[in-house]
Design a protein around this ligand. Structure first.
Ligand code: SAM
Length: 198
């Protein structure tokens, strides 16, 4: 099955959006408030309804960008929050995003939604989109890699191996900040871009 724009838009239009928690992710907001200055450029990839983006703007973060391959959730966000800057709503494939640099990328159920064959590209693309001091943080599922998905699973060793090729690992641990239905099933990670080796 091709997990392309048509696939995701159909899921959005049919309301098959079981991933949507309906409110800002407490773990991501808590991280932002404690680690991200309000003038930082923040990207939420595969953002869906992006409740976090809305909350971050309310908290004084003015450079929050969201990217989604489907226009439907971007329209939802604009409907809920008409003042959200239109130029910060990016209707694009994450892997085609060019011409932007961010200080932080916040991840939630995007990595696990991609075809697992794209995981190395995802880490490399995230590296490219970040400034030299850029950081990335968010939640990653802890269940064995599945044939069927999305979501596709992943484990500690995989995340450590994949992210440490491009990033210094600051945190990768089971979290108690998950929403209740995901409690015990997620890692929180926080990584910082490695300096290029000469
Ligand atoms: C499982 S949902 C997660 C949405 C959101 N992160 C959340 O936690 O509610 C995955 C989202 O990624 C989007 N998506 C899938 N592939 C994408 C790609 N290559 N580039 C950008 N967005 C993509 C889908 O349209 C969908 O909104």
């Amino acid at each position: 099955m091709k997990l392309d724009q048509a696939y995701w838009t159909e899921r959005w239009l049919k309301g098959e959006t079981g991933w949507d928690i309906g409110h800002p992710s407490p773990a991501l907001i808590d991280f932002a408030v404690n680690h991200i200055p309000t003038d930082a450029r923040i990207l939420i990839p595969g953002a869906g309804n992006a409740y976090e983006a809305e909350e971050l703007l309310h908290l004084g973060y003015s450079h929050v960008y969201v990217v989604d391959i489907s226009e439907v959730p971007l329209r939802n966000l604009k409907k809920r929050f008409p003042d959200f800057p239109t130029n910060q709503l990016l209707h694009n494939d994450y892997f085609n995003l060019e011409g932007y640099q961010f200080d932080f990328i916040l991840e939630q159920t995007f990595y696990c939604a991609l075809n697992p064959s794209l995981r190395d590209n995802y880490v490399r693309k995230s590296y490219e989109l970040l400034t030299s001091d850029g950081q990335m943080a968010g939640l990653l599922f802890d269940f064995p890699l599945t044939e069927a998905g999305p979501p596709f699973g992943g484990c500690y060793e995989e995340y450590l191996d994949r992210f440490s090729r491009y990033f210094e690992i600051l945190t990768l641990e089971k979290t108690n900040k998950s929403i209740q239905p995901r409690m015990g099933k997620e890692f929180f990670f926080h990584v910082k871009k490695k300096k290029p080796t000469r």
